[in-house]
Design a protein around this ligand. Structure first.
Ligand code: ADP
Ligand code: MG
Length: 477
């Protein structure tokens, strides 16, 4: 899709950037405008981490080229901020504005000899692959071979793989994968797209977020082209719809989606959906859709367990060409437990710190670079919540945790609650002890030790602890 020549001149180009200055100055100015826009929307921390390190390197015919420090940044930005960037581009350059990301050439010291890795066009419509346009519409990183398998995602991954090997012919139609943010739903969904294209190149694959689906639908109505819209969606062999929770509360779009779904399903075409909740819990979703979403296979994807986190960290570190001490991997895996996105964010931050300061990656650098991220997350958890969740999980009254009772069952639950309080609240041994019936700090220390041992010995217990941690963290948001 090239920008059309007939598009009206953009305001900003005319007023502030003389067309003769098609150079880095212009790039700089445009980038500053984009940044202004982004800064107005993003939390300072996010802006500083992801956008400050980017350098504008050129501007030519509505195309701004920027250099990102690494592929990691690119993936992150595209994964998280694409809609924002599109909007910012719109405001800055108008409808034909485009953004090209450049990756530094690792072998080249000055970094300017960069190779483009993607072009983001604006406006971007749904990405059609297969017969239609560019085969690279899917994020090239989101493939099965870059997806790390672990107990919490094994089932979803296996189902995804089965579907991509024989789309439309398994009983998993639709396949719906649900789970919290940053757990790999989009990754798996796009992996299905890649794999289907590899195995059955003639299949037409369409990946779309339900927000974009909604947007496209609304636009098509405005332009009186609803039939073109529905033909387009019904002409695919594999429809991948991300984040269907965004259809909630949009009745007309839901109805259109319902018809699309029926048409495809009847033709034996494969549909795969993701959602942040199981369909039944999507309040405001049409009952008919809820029931259709349950026709095939519904499976969940959970937070990665410790070993999966370690594997993910190591794989990403390798990709980035850095070697990580096991104690640093352990530090990351201990502190970033909720989701993969957060874990990657921490790692990117760490690598950026190390390369900016030109120092080696040490544990103390990791602490320094990440302490605010960790503090932000951990300070939020209060001890009452830990006690409540743990007591609830093991079915004991929360008051007993601070009581003098010492039955074996209560003592064990108390130790778990103490160990988790220590880990999640940021309180000292002494403070934690006080909240558990004024017990002394050695008791808390002992509890932490015991829980560690149980976790090492018993994977099931360890999984329970991980689940409790995510539950506590989720409830504290
Ligand atoms: P979601 O769509 O569930 O919010 P994403 O699919 O966007 O999450 O995943 C967030 C990031 O974490 C992506 O960069 C993705 O590649 C990565 N990721 C998630 N799960 C895994 C995994 N099991 N192995 C490797 N990378 C993963
Ligand atoms: Mg997603």
């Amino acid at each position: 899709m090239q920008p059309s020549d007939s598009a009206p001149p953009r305001l900003l180009m005319q007023q502030e950037i003389s067309p003769s200055r098609i150079d880095t100055d212009a790039a700089e100015q445009i980038w500053l405008h984009l940044c202004d826009h982004l800064q107005g929307i993003l939390p300072e921390q996010a802006f500083a981490t992801w956008f400050r390190p980017i350098r504008p390197v050129g501007f030519d015919r509505q195309t701004l080229s920027v250099q990102v420090p690494s592929r990691f940044y690119y993936d992150w930005i595209e994964g998280h901020y694409a809609p924002l960037l599109e909007k910012a581009l719109d405001e800055t350059l108008g409808r034909d504005g485009r953004l090209v990301y450049l990756l530094p050439d690792k072998d080249d010291g000055d970094g300017f000899d960069a190779q483009p890795i993607t072009v983001r066009e604006n406006p971007v419509s749904a990405t059609m692959t297969g017969h239609e346009t560019s085969p690279s519409g899917l994020n090239p990183r989101y493939r099965f071979d870059t997806f790390i398998e672990g107990p919490p995602n094994r089932f979803a991954r296996a189902a995804a793989l089965a579907v991509s090997r024989s789309p439309g012919t398994t009983s998993y139609n639709p396949l719906l994968i649900y789970g919290g943010v940053g757990l790999g739903k989009t990754h798996l969904l796009q992996a299905i797209g890649h794999e289907t294209q590899r195995v059955s190149p003639r299949h037409r694959v369409l990946y779309i977020s339900s927000e974009r689906f909604t947007q496209d639908f609304v636009d098509s109505i405005k332009k009186n082209r609803a039939d073109v819209f529905s033909q387009r969606y019904r002409a695919v062999d594999l429809l991948l719809v991300d984040d269907v929770q965004f259809l909630v509360g949009r009745e007309r779009t839901q109805m259109e989606f319902f018809h699309t779904f029926n048409a495809l399903h009847q033709d034996g075409k494969q549909i795969v959906l993701t959602s942040d909740k199981p369909p039944r819990e999507l309040d405001g979703l049409d009952e008919r859709l809820v029931s259709r979403f349950g026709w095939g296979l519904v499976c969940d994807i959970g937070p990665p367990d410790y070993d999966t986190r370690i594997a993910i960290i190591q794989t990403y570190a390798e990709e980035e060409g850095v070697s990580l001490d096991p104690e640093i991997s352990d530090y990351l895996a201990q502190h970033f437990t909720r989701n993969v996105r957060e874990l990657q964010g921490a790692l990117v931050r760490l690598v950026a710190h190390a390369s900016l300061s030109g120092t080696d990656l040490t544990l103390s650098l990791a602490r320094q670079a990440l302490h605010d991220l960790i503090d932000q997350r951990e300070r939020r958890v209060d001890l009452d919540l830990v006690q409540r969740v743990v007591a609830d999980h093991f079915n004991v009254p929360p008051d007993l945790l601070a009581a003098k009772i010492r039955t074996q069952q209560i003592a064990r639950v108390r130790m778990i609650a103490m160990a988790l309080s220590l880990r999640l609240t940021g309180l000292s041994l002494k403070q934690v002890g006080i909240h558990f019936g004024k017990r002394d700090h050695t008791t808390v220390l002992h509890a932490r030790q015991r829980v560690r041992e149980w976790m090492e010995k018993d994977p099931e217990f360890s999984a329970t602890i991980e689940k409790l941690i995510s539950r506590i963290e989720n409830e504290s948001e």
